[in-house]
Structures are given as C-alpha cells and as structure tokens.
Ligand binder design. Sequence first.
Ligand code: NAD
Length: 484
Amino acid sequence: MTQNALWYETEKCFIAGTWRPTLANETLAVENPSTGEEICRIARGRGADINAAVAAAQAARDGDWGALPAFERGRLLSNMGRIVLEHVDALATIEAADVGKPLKQARADALALARYLEFYGGAADKVMGETIPYLDGYTVYTLREPHGVTGHIVPWNYPMQIIGRSVGAALAMGNACVLKPAEEACLTALAFAEMASEAGLPAGAINVVPGLGEEAGATLSAHPGIQHLSFTGSVATGQMIQSAAAQNVIPVTLELGGKSPQVVFDDADLDAALPFLVNAGIQNAGQTCSASSRILVQRGAYQKVCEMMAERYRSLIVGPALADHDIGPLISARQKEIVSGFVNAADPARILARAKLADDLPTGGHYFAPVLYGGVDPDDPLAQAEIFGPVQAIIPFETEAEAIAIANGTAYGLVASVWSRDGGRQMRLARALHAGQIFLNNYGAGGGVELPFGGVGKSGHGREKGFEALYGFSVLKTVAARHG
Ligand code: NAD
C-alpha cells in the first residue's frame, strides 16, 4: 500500500471537526506487520490533546449534536454506513497493511463496521422508556438519556469492528465520543473520523486522538470530563482503566478477552464442526478476544477430532496480508515473542500439527505458523492463559460433568460452544457454562452485530453489540409526577 491510498490525514488528530497536529507536534511510526516497513506516521497525542478532544466533545453535547432529535442522529449514522460501504475496498487494503490481517478478513471487518452503523442508525430512535403503575394521583415514567461524553479505548486486533460496536452505539444514544485507538493500528480509526465528517456529523460528536496507552490512553481514562469509558484489550490494562474510572465514579465497559472452549461430544456432527473448530482458533492469527483456544473432546470422538484438525492445520498457509492467505502475520515482534514464549515452554511431544509458512516471506514480517496441541492437561498454561496467537489445545474428557468443570476452569468467560445432537444436553450446558455468549452447534454465529456480547470473570463486564449496548451507553432517569 502506498501513502496515496490513504485519502485522509494520518499525522493529525481529529478534534472539533478539524484535522490538527498534536500540540507538541510529535508523531509515531506505523509498521506494516507483513514486511516490517514503515507505512506512514501517526500523531502521538498526549494529555493536552485529550483535554482538547474532551472539551470539543462537551461543546458538541451542549451544542448542535446534543440538540439533534434521535431520528436525525440515526440518519447521520446510516449515512456513515453508506459511506463505509463505498470505501470497503480501500478500508480493507488499509487494514490489511496496518494490522496484517488477510484481505478477506479485513473486508469482512469493513462490512461489519457498515452493519454496526446501519444497525445503530436504525435503532437510534427506538430506545424507549416505560410508564410505571404507581400510587393514585401519580404518573411515573422513565427516560433514557446519554451519559454525555464517552471515552473509547480500543485495541489493535479488530479496530473497525470494535469502533463500530462501541462508538456506533454511543453516538446513537447521543453521546459525544473521544476515541483513542491502539498505537499499533490507528489508520481505520482516522478514516472513521473522515467518514463521520463526510456524513455530516456535527463537529465534536466524534474526536480521535491517536497516541500511546500510557500517555493519551491514561489521560483519557482518568479524565474528569468524561462520563463513561469503554475499553477492549488486556486484563492488566483493563484493571488500570477500572481503577482510573473509579476515581471519577463513572461506569466502565470492559472486554478483556478469554480462553473460550468448544465442547465436542461423541454424538456431534464432526464434519459440520470441523471448520468452526479450526477457524475460531486461527482467524486473525488467533489475535481475537473470542478466539477458541480450547477444544474439549469426549473420548469416543477424540482420536477422530485430532486427526481431522491436524489434517486441516497441515493445509493452512501463513503469508503476507495482501496476498490473502489463510493467515497473516502477528501484529508485532513483541506479540510474536509472547506467542513463541508459550510454544517454547510447552511439551513439543504434544504437537499434533503445524501450518506452513508461504515461500519467500518478507524478512521483516512477524510470521508464526499455527500450532495444534493434543492431550493437553486442563491445568497446562496452554489451556489456561490467553496466548493471543494461533495456538489451540485439544483436551480430552469422559463425562458431561467433567466437560463442564474443565470448560469453566479458567479465570475467563467470554464465549463457549457445544457440539452435540442431544437437545437436553445443549440446554443443560447453555445454562452451566460460564460465558457471556453460548453457541450451540456453531461458533461465532457469523459475527453477530445484533447479538449482545461481553464476558464474565476476567473477560470483563458490560455488554456491547446488539440493542443491549444502547442501555449501556445511556442513563435511566425516573420521573414521578404528582397531579392529584
Ligand atoms: P493493551 O490492553 O495494552 O492495549 C489496548 C488499548 O489500551 C490500546 O489502545 C492501548 O494504547 C491502551 N492502553 C495501554 N495502556 C494503557 C493505559 N495505561 N491507560 C489507558 N490505556 C492504555 O493491549 P496490548 O498491549 O495491545 O496487547 C497485550 C495483550 O492484550 C495481548 O497479548 C492480548 O492478550 C490482550 N489483548 C486483548 C484484546 C481483546 O480483544 N480482548 C485485544 C488486544 C489485546
């Protein structure tokens, strides 16, 4: 990708509807994970830039943006959705170069961003309060109001999807947003700002300040001028964010990843399961919060599942994002070091299969061949830690009770799936498994813009996606009128 492919400013922040350099006029390099080369530079926003963005958001809330009726907000978001659709190919190319994801995945992410904007555009004027039967002589009703200014700190793995689900829902409710994208992947967040401007969103409704987590991110999460924080990323950073938010006593939504299991019983349709078992582990090179890194298999199907998954692994090719292989590189040298660390520490005798690296890979890329392990003990780090790379562990079990205990036996609880033809078993496990989303005979349900999403335990709290997110991005007010 050339610099010309970027049709908007990359070295600036988007504040109060204009592109401006950071106050200190500093920038950071953007690396292409497929080649290690610098693509362009982005702004290195600091506290003063965040302050300016929060002030611009507050002015928008107090001004044009706050005054818009809900259906007008919805119409603007729908306009944005249409503009995203017109730019799908450009956005996919930019995201592939910035994040290293194969083009087809990057394209799917751009389409998902459009869907979020369409969904929340359509929902903006459909969030209603209630009337509550109360004492004689009273009328009581509830109002759903925006928080005010909302902060959004997003990671590098799915920038477009996470911006769509978080900023899209917050805007639909009338909040004004300050977005701090991840330093590793800012380019589509900046495109989002440009498309918001083109769609006609009033100045200050959306502000984007790229920068480092410990600088721009830390200032945003502790800022007294914001009334809600939405964060997706690591547990350690999520804990800091929640502590910072506690000082201002504001609500936070935390989405912190997981160690999500797929539980395969002897009676499962293994041919139907196979693509889900593998794809859910290797999609986006395993750098997915809802990646399925644990495959629990009942003894009777165990050998067969190991063989089927191993065969599929041996057919996978890892290569440059723009060449659109099955799997792209990891995001950074640091991420490759983390993932390799888990593999180096694990028992090599348990490796069932590895994917192949394409020939003639660029030397500066962060390529890592996916690894499939079998016979993994439920307490092994491979079965406990969020590796955030393309590494899956197959764990055998005997009984339904044992499967539930193993599936629930990590600190996380984001997603889980059950593969079985037994309806009663499906229902029992749907209740027994600790996770925010349960899939029966599928995994991921095609992305699920409409489906509430979020975790329990160290996977976080709060729900994004679907209509439910609109409740999280609003405050309920109760009005009690005494009229005699
Ligand atoms: P991270 O949690 O450090 O970064 C996520 C976002 O938080 C980025 O925008 C970053 O700039 C910001 N941030 C970092 N430090 C901050 C601070 N002190 N205050 C405010 N904001 C801050 O994640 P990472 O370093 O990019 O990745 C590390 C690990 O996190 C990965 O290996 C993976 O396990 C996990 N992760 C999870 C997800 C997910 O979707 N759940 C996404 C990315 C990373």
